[in-house]
Design a binder for this molecule. Sequence first.
Ligand SMILES: NC(=O)c1ccc[n+]([C@@H]2O[C@H](COP(=O)([O-])OP(=O)(O)OC[C@H]3O[C@@H](n4cnc5c(N)ncnc54)[C@H](O)[C@@H]3O)[C@@H](O)[C@H]2O)c1
Length: 416
Amino acid sequence: MANFKLGFIGAGFIANFQAKAVAQIRGVDIAGVYSLKGAEEFVANVKALDVGDCTIYNSIDELCRNVDAVAIFAPNYVRIDIMKEIVDSVKGGAALKGIICEKPLGRTVAEARTLVNLAKEANIPTAYFENQIHMKGIRAQMEQLAPVQAQMGPLGLSRSSEEHCGPHEPWFWNPIQQGGGVLSDMGCHSIAVGWFVLTPQGKPITFLQPVAVSAVTSLLKWGVPKYRQELLDRTGVDYSKTPAEDFATGIVTFKNPETGQLVQAQFTNSWMYDKQGLRLLMDGLGAGYAFELNTQRSSLEVFTGDQAAESVADSETALEKSTASRGLLTVETNEPDLYGYVDEIKDAVASFKAGRDAFLNFEYGFEITRLCQAAYMSAERGTTIDLTDPKIIEELESYVSLIAQGKGADLLYGKK
Ligand SMILES: NC(=O)c1ccc[n+]([C@@H]2O[C@H](COP(=O)([O-])OP(=O)(O)OC[C@H]3O[C@@H](n4cnc5c(N)ncnc54)[C@H](O)[C@@H]3O)[C@@H](O)[C@H]2O)c1
């Protein structure tokens, strides 16, 4: 049987990371790419990884006509335009079996809803890429603890965090282009994985009903004049005028519709985590049992002293977003697999081949966007957001956070 042909839209950080994931899957080729920049380097990477004969296309329509599924790996602010072009291409005859979209599905609830509706219009299966739910460590603890959970009941508390020293590209820092700061960028991961691990095993992914969200958004490092200037020089984004939060934390409360039990997912995200590099830390507490996962605990560490450090080339080969090239470094030897990218692509391809949505579809991505936006609303208003109130749900449909409007200065500098 011919290999499944994936087409990538965007050829930046995540496209190159996902290419490394595809290299670990049988029967899948990266057959094409369309990107404003970086396509040539991407094709060279695909060639080096031996994951297909990747053609550079000059339009989304051309790409869609030559692959089995397309993946939107472009920035948040171009999601809707790209999706519209995909839908037009399908209406014009492109025989796509699936559409993948990276997190977040939208910068606002309204955008996420538009994405869901456009996919329905095209009548094509979808995959919302939330890699952390596919992490082997997350799945393994669930398998291991299934009999314990059957005896003792589901988890009551989950705590999830994703933290690093800040994004690589300027558009992530621009709250208008990105849709906010670290809560929009990484809160979506932590809220999703928190919800997932709390869900009683065997129940659907949205079985637990979100009933309340409370959150705080702060600017703890990149608003300090010295670092604000550094950011301005590096990215062109001026946090004295249009800041975004570099720290967010909060709690989502869920209700089990069968038992009425309330459980909570606490999330913490920051762009000011100046330790070794990216850290995902999750734990879950049940009655008499628990799990904990920390991606910075590797069986491999290397040490580089000051003198030897002069010759170090690139510390990012050790760990994503590494901040140091000397001292004790954690080394993760297979990050695409560790973070769940391999299994999310496997799931999407298998689902599309079977003519159905992936485990996580656009409707699920919509739910996550709504929870993130409710968290912004909570931080802005200084109150807990009641998700059982139809008026709040209605308000969220057109809500754009002050931070995403570029008006977050008063909130983040404590003038409000
Ligand atoms: N799951 C994860 O852990 C994870 C990690 C990083 C990024 N992401 C998501 O992936 C998406 C891309 O992020 P990234 O880090 O790769 O960004 P990036 O800036 O590194 O790369 C974006 C790519 O898209 C291209 N592009 C820009 N506008 C385009 C357009 N209109 N049409 C086609 N191509 C266009 C750029 O030229 C670039 O090649 C974002 O939505 C981000 O949230 C997810």
